[in-house]
Design a protein around this ligand. Structure first.
Ligand code: NAD
Ligand code: DAU
Length: 357
């Protein structure tokens, strides 16, 4: 790994990964290619902006010709592909962009990699790798007591977002099988931590609670996700890149599976302790049950045996420590929060998703 192209590096996980990579590796150059959609912000990368080993390029992953020229010009040997539309609720209200970015965008990245990296007779250049970042949502939804998903569980995506990610996973695998593209895929559970855009459950609840706004819990709040601190996810991806078997997929999960309502109540309790003088105490009085998400998946659970046995990975953060850490981060970064909340598009999203719920 010398010249690494990270797509979607201005988003939540991508920006955490770039910081992680620059911190962990020395002899490396990281190129961050990002279209800066509503979800991407260079505010997420201020800490590394002046690092000579880091460059930012504003471009779209659907622009195959641009990406091809970029791969050749900068002798890129590793692609870590995060760029995507990532929010399930947005995919329900407007699925088209998910197909364009997640399916066509991944296809475009694969075409660029094939054209530059794969020589005649399907011979790849030495030491190249296409790493695709995917999700546990491709597996669908578990009933109570059903065993956790393994890498061999058949795909059964339920939302347009999950279906678009499943399609992209299949495309990546097919480029490995047909053209010999050296790839790895990771399917990860729900991330949380610093720099997460406040449309997702945990940051939305933290910020609403601080401001005394209602805390919207979909349906009965008994849906279960497998929560993982973003730094643990970054560590797992780095391990897969450096030690994972080419042509393999790895499940990544947090070993933390409380119901949504428990997560929301825990955030309220932590805030009660951190802000004893808050006029909104007890914060749990702000909880409001609202109309459920259509087709809402009930339960996710990842079996992480493979990555743990093959690569020795396990999550380091407990959910209690990770949530405290995350809440403290949001409390300490009001300027980051203000910049995002001032975006007209953000307010528009809140109105579209919550007003008629
Ligand atoms: P995010 O929405 O925070 O960031 C996405 C980034 O991609 C943004 O910076 C955006 O500007 C960029 N982007 C979007 N469309 C683009 C395009 N056409 N060209 C270039 N850049 C574009 O997403 P995230 O939560 O950081 O997720 C990153 C990846 O990880 C996604 O592929 C997602 O499916 C996957 N994933 C996320 C989670 C999670 O809990 N957030 C869990 C598992 C997997
Ligand atoms: O499982 C991995 C996936 O996790 C990733 O692939 C996605 O990119 C990521 O967005 C996330 O998807 P979810 O739909 O699980 O995350 P979200 O934070 O939107 O919702 C988490 C749970 O909380 C889900 O059951 C819906 C519920 N929820 C969410 C919001 C925004 C609420 O009850 N109220 C809300 O206001």
């Amino acid at each position: 790994m010398k010249n690494v192209l990270v797509t979607g590096g201005a988003g939540f996980i991508g920006s955490n990964f770039i910081r992680y990579l620059l911190h962990t590796e020395t002899d490396i150059h990281v190129f961050n290619l990002d279209a800066l959609t509503y979800a991407g912000s260079l505010e997420n990368l201020k800490e590394v902006a002046d690092d000579v080993r880091y460059s930012f390029i504003q471009a779209n992953i659907t622009d195959t010709e641009f990406v091809e020229q970029f791969l050749a010009k900068h002798k890129i040997d590793t692609i870590v592909h995060f760029a995507a539309e990532s929010h399930v609720d947005r995919s329900i209200l407007g699925p088209r962009q998910f197909i364009e970015t997640n399916v066509m965008g991944t296809f475009s990245m694969l075409e660029a990699a094939r054209n530059i990296w794969i020589q005649p007779q399907n011979q790849p250049l030495e030491n190249v790798r296409f790493h695709h970042v995917s999700t546990d949502e491709v597996f669908g939804s578990l009933a109570p007591g059903e065993p956790a998903w393994t890498e061999d569980t058949p795909y059964s995506p339920n939302s347009p977002y999950a279906a678009s990610k499943a399609s992209s996973d299949h495309l990546v695998r097919s480029y490995g099988h047909t053209y010999g593209l050296p790839y790895t895929i990771t399917n990860c559970s729900n991330n949380y931590g610093p720099y997460q855009f406040p449309e997702k459950l945990i940051p939305l609840i933290i910020l609403n609670a601080i401001e005394g706004k209602p805390l919207p819990v979909y349906g009965d709040g008994q849906q279960i996700r497998d929560w993982l601190h973003v730094e643990d996810h970054c560590e797992a991806i780095h391990l897969v890149l450096t030690k994972g078997a080419v042509g393999s997929t790895y499940n990544i999960g947090g070993e933390n599976q409380p119901a949504n309502l428990t997560i929301v109540e825990t955030i309220c309790e932590i805030l009660d302790e951190l802000s004893p003088a808050s006029p909104h105490k007890p914060h749990k009085n702000l909880i409001q049950f609202v109309k459920d998400r259509p087709g809402h998946d009930r339960r996710y659970d990842m079996d992480t045996h493979k990555i743990s046995v093959e690569l020795g990975w396990r999550p380091r953060h407990t959910l209690t420590e990770g949530l405290l850490d995350t809440i403290n981060w949001y409390l300490a970064h009001p300027e980051w929060v203000t910049a995002i909340r001032q975006q007209q598009a953000y307010q528009g999203w809140l109105d579209a998703n919550y007003t008629s719920r």
